[in-house]
Ligand binder design. Structure first.
Ligand SMILES: Nc1ccn([C@@H]2O[C@H](COP(=O)(O)OP(=O)(O)OP(=O)(O)O)[C@@H](O)[C@H]2O)c(=O)n1
Ligand SMILES: O=P(O)(O)OC[C@@H](O)[C@@H](O)[C@@H](O)CO
Length: 452
């Protein structure tokens, strides 16, 4: 049993954070449990979490255990850790991993700056892994440096989409009832096959629920249950709530969970998880441009068109860029009018590097150049614009996906009406390209110069 850095028993740190961001959501999170405590007339409980992460992921059908499979080049388990670290009232997070994966796990903790994590050795079954995690928190263990919690959350490491509200619900229900677990409606009907694989009977689906995670327990309830557990239960059991009922005679309070609580089990689940993450980080876009320009400025035209494709488009000239980065916007459109220089874009890339923003998620940066590439031969500008490939190689090392986009901006007024129509068409095409780059986050397009 190997515990991680002593930081686990220290004050709650909100995990990976952007430089300069006070734990705003950490403060909000801390108040949620203490607020509950006040309303319920009791003090907020000390809470720890145990994450079983010692499986081999056979049903995923790939050599890498699914908890370490990458999503947007980051291991799945890191998303789950991040979700729990957002909750500042969870003081310690115990992760059970196999001895052979211990170094991998330590590398993930270091690279993604996870906090409050302690590692224990997993067991040969999920229940044994959970039991090892609980032992690390029990005070009756030698070399125990973690304080015993009043309430312990148990959550599969391969369920990355867990929010504070459901954690708060199961913890407060466990405080009152001794145990609690998230449930979801069944999608398929449960049937019982006969010995010759024919239908024996089926269950009335509406009367049953799927047991999901997170679950929470008064620590002594679940620890006593595991200590009394039969080897059969430890070997073949899959339900912690059942152990609390069978050995501690506690009937868990069931809490309706959200659809996102599902467990990543098959390869399709990994694709689904990646789509959800991409969708979440593609919502906010920041357009960096000279806002002193008048409303007719092409940058504002682009802004208006982007608003038809993307939900939250924010424009800045640069002053509040630091705050926008702190608010975790992962998509930036840098507008350059009649120049193929990259000063503005380079300035943005430098700020992003200093912020650590791209540690957890790939940041998309699109360097947009409004150029009259019909009347002015591109050759005069290509050598500059082609620098984007070099910039993009360096940016990729920092998980920043940089692409270039040329938007036609006619300067010779032969036929005003036709030129304006061409500009609108190019703006529309440019908007479609920007939206696709943000939503797809395809690292295969970095350094490419796209033409609208
Ligand atoms: N000996 C084990 C087996 C499973 N788990 C963990 O329990 C969680 C849920 O288990 P499951 O989805 O069954 O994971 P695997 O056992 O890895 O999957 P499979 O059954 O497909 O091999 C996972 O986070 C898994 O890593 C564990 O800590 N120790
Ligand atoms: O490890 P398995 O995937 O076999 O089973 C785990 C699930 O049973 C478990 O996560 C929920 O049902 C809640 O107990």
């Amino acid at each position: 049993m190997e515990l991680g850095p002593p930081g686990g028993s220290g004050p709650a740190e909100p995990g990976p954070r952007l430089r300069g961001l006070r734990g705003a959501d950490a403060a909000a999170s801390a108040s949620s449990l203490s607020r509950f405590g006040a309303e319920a007339g009791c003090r907020a409980p000390a809470v720890a979490a145990v994450l079983p992460a010692g499986g081999s992921g056979e049903r995923m059908g790939v050599p890498t255990p699914k908890q370490f499979c990458p999503i947007l080049e980051r291991p799945l388990i890191s998303y789950t850790l991040q979700a729990l670290e957002r909750v500042s009232w969870i003081k310690d997070i115990i992760v059970a991993v196999t001895r052979e994966n211990m170094e991998t796990m330590k590398g993930i903790i270091q690279r993604y700056q996870h906090k409050r994590i302690s590692l224990v050795e997993a067991g040969v079954t999920r229940h044994r892994s959970i039991f090892n995690g609980l032992k690390a928190l029990a005070e009756d263990q030698p070399n125990c440096r973690l304080s015993k919690p009043e309430v312990v959350i148990i959550h599969d490491a391969v369920r990355p989409f867990v929010e504070e509200d459901v954690l708060l619900k199961v913890v407060t229900a466990a405080q009152e009832h001794g145990a609690s677990g998230a449930i979801r409606p069944l999608v398929s009907t449960v049937i019982s096959p006969s010995a010759d694989s024919c239908l024996d009977h089926s269950l009335e689906r509406a009367r049953y629920r799927a047991s999901e995670m997170p679950q929470a327990f008064l620590f002594d309830v679940i620890y006593d249950a595991y200590q009394q557990c039969s080897d059969y239960d430890l070997e073949f059991g899959t339900e912690c709530l059942h152990l609390a009922l069978k050995y501690s005679h506690i009937k868990a309070k069931l809490v309706e969970g959200s659809p996102d609580l599902w467990k990543v089990t098959y390869k399709r689940d990994l694709y689904a998880a990646e789509s959800i993450i991409k969708e979440r980080i593609s919502q906010k876009v920041c357009v960096v441009m000279d806002t002193k320009e008048d409303e007719e400025h092409v940058g504002h035209c682009l802004e208006e068109m982007l608003k038809t494709e993307l939900n939250h488009v924010k424009v800045t000239s640069g002053q509040d860029l630091q705050q926008i980065i702190l608010e975790q916007c992962y998509n930036f459109v840098c507008v350059n009018v009649m120049t193929s220089d990259f000063e503005e874009t380079q300035r943005l890339l430098n700020m992003l590097e200093e912020s650590n923003l791209s540690i957890l998620y790939p940041v998309v940066v699109i360097s947009v150049h409004f150029l009259d590439y019909e009347s002015v031969p591109l050759g005069q500008k290509m050598e500059k614009v082609m620098q984007i490939r070099e910039f993009a190689k360096e940016a990729k090392k920092r998980n920043i996906l940089l692409s270039g986009l040329l938007i036609y901006f006619p300067q010779v007024e032969n036929n005003r009406g036709l030129e304006e129509q061409k500009l609108r068409e190019s703006l529309r095409q440019g908007t479609t390209i920007i939206s696709a780059l943000i939503k797809e986050r395809n690292s295969g397009l970095i350094g490419q110069l796209l033409v609208a």
